[in-house]
Write a protein that binds this ligand. Structure first.
Ligand code: UD1
Ligand code: CA
Length: 454
């Protein structure tokens, strides 16, 4: 049967104490709702319906790229009321899976178990908790059949002693779900339309309720405040770290790496502590990343060494390159094979040719650099005239002396040697030496000024 997923995301999230709607708070750099949406996509859902309410426009705007149908639940009258709204936009012949915008870590495998439950039954995901306080309890008969779900606030003392609780995640044929929800009322301690009431109704009608459990209870944990958000963030990160180690990556401390995006990391990559990887990052075999590096949207080839405290964004790094410590590689930079970028060097929108070296205290921007170039300490490409950016071209085998400025647009031709302290404003000739500083003079017996005494 085809699948429709209804995601409940209308709740206010008061305990977040935030002007940002709860489902837009981020886990691993991605809104909670997007985690759930991606999970639904991963199940190849036919249609995804999101029930929204609080902060509606903000939520919709942030999730414009979703291929989903949005249904507004103006007043939050309970989970049953919310699902009823969602069902309005759903093909009733489909299996309907109910997920929650604030429960981000549910695994595909656990949901697939739930979806295997036969068409005329209802599937319910439950979990056994040491501390079941606050959750709906699963009441079973002596044969173990589910009879009903009782909410904490409506439960008797005996029912409160039950440790098997409702996760809220359930699946049923759309038409069965619609029929059951139409029969629920709000005669309970909270005056809400409880989705959970459909289970008692189903049991009375002889509809079988089949349960399954997630592999880990964190998969069904919801987020109500920032402490729970931080807790699930750590669980998510630890799971990522474990997957990386299982696939052959060495993590010096798996508790001190953060993955905020899609990473592909090959065997025998070594990652030191406090590394943050975001966006799409690919790292090939044998590369090592030192402590405190932030790398986003970058491809890094084999056997690259990235030393401590390096920041790389939107770049391409070829084989055998060495970067850092303390280097900043900015967007649209390509570091070609074997080149070296050292400490306190910033590179933006530039190509650094094979084997070239930019080792100390330098800014290279909008530059096309050839092979075998050596850039001395303190070199600056003056790429900006206050209004426009201009290009610097540095051809093969150029040597730039320390503390030089290259005022763009300018071409430093092949095998030019620029003497230290030069300000280059004109294109240079091949194989030449260019000196632009004032000749050194000597004034003998120079007396330095002295502080006057009063
Ligand atoms: C619900 C279940 C409870 C279960 C628990 C698991 C019911 C009646 N109770 O309780 O059995 O153990 O979840 O966490 O279903 N929502 C809407 N619109 C509404 C009401 C809620 O979109 O009108 C959304 C909320 O944003 C939230 C989710 O549904 O994401 C759950 O609602 P909440 O009020 O937190 O239910 P619980 O009382 O926790
Ligand atoms: Ca809740």
């Amino acid at each position: 049967m085809a699948l429709s997923v209804v995601i409940l995301a209308a709740g206010k999230g008061t305990r977040m104490k935030s002007s940002v709607p709860k489902v837009l708070h981020k886990l691993a750099g991605k809104p909670l709702l997007e985690h759930v949406y991606d999970t639904a996509k991963g199940l190849s859902a036919d249609e995804i319906v999101i029930v929204y309410g609080h902060g509606g426009e903000q939520v919709k705007n942030s999730c414009k790229h979703f291929d989903a149908t949005w249904v507004e639940q103006e007043q939050q009258l309970g989970t049953g009321h919310a699902v009823q709204h969602g069902l309005e936009k759903v093909n009733k012949e489909n299996t309907v899976l109910v997920l929650y915008g604030d429960v981000p870590l549910t695994e595909k495998n656990s949901l697939q178990k739930l979806l295997e439950i036969p068409a005329n039954n209802i599937g319910l995901m439950t979990v056994n908790l040491q501390q079941p306080y606050g959750y709906g309890r699963i009441v079973r008969d002596s044969q173990g059949q589910v009879l009903e779900i009782v909410e904490e606030k409506d439960a008797s003392e005996d029912e409160r002693a039950i440790h098997e609780v409702n996760t809220g995640i359930m699946a049923a044929c759309g038409s069965i779900l619609e029929e059951l929800i139409a029969q629920i009322d709000s005669n309970n301690s909270q005056g809400e339309y409880y989705l959970t009431d459909i289970f008692g109704l189903a049991a009375n009608k002889g509809i079988k309720i089949e349960t399954c459990q997630p592999a880990d209870s964190s998969e069904v944990e919801g987020i109500n405040d920032r402490i729970q958000l931080a807790k699930l963030e750590r669980i998510f990160q630890r799971n990522c770290a474990n997957k990386l180690m299982e696939s052959g990556v060495t993590l010096i401390d798996p508790n001190r790496i953060d993955i905020r995006g899609n990473v592909e990391i090959a065997e025998d990559v070594v990652i030191d502590v406090n590394v943050v990887l975001s966006g799409t990052v690919k790292i090939e075999k044998g590369t090592s990343i030192g402590p405190n590096c932030c790398i986003s949207n970058t491809n890094i080839a084999k056997n690259v060494t990235i030393n401590a405290n390096t920041v790389i964004d939107d770049a391409t790094i070829d084989e055998n390159v060495e970067i850092g410590p303390f280097a900043r590689i900015r967007p649209e930079t390509h570091l070609q094979q074997g080149c070296k970028v050292g400490n306190f060097v910033e590179i933006k929108k530039s190509n650094i040719g094979v084997g070239s070296k930019v080792n100390h205290l330098t800014y290279i921007g909008d530059t096309e650099m050839g092979t075998g170039v050596n850039i001395g300490a303190g070199t600056i490409t003056c790429n900006y005239d206050g209004a426009n950016k201009h290009k610097t071209i540095i051809e093969d085998d150029v040597f730039i002396g320390s503390n030089s400025q290259l005022v763009a647009p300018v071409v430093i031709s092949r095998n030019t040697t620029v003497a230290a302290g030069a300000t280059i404003t004109k294109d240079t000739e091949e194989d030449s030496l260019v000196i632009s500083r004032a000749p050194q003079k000597t004034i003998k017996n120079w007396k330095r000024p002295k502080k006057s005494k009063h």
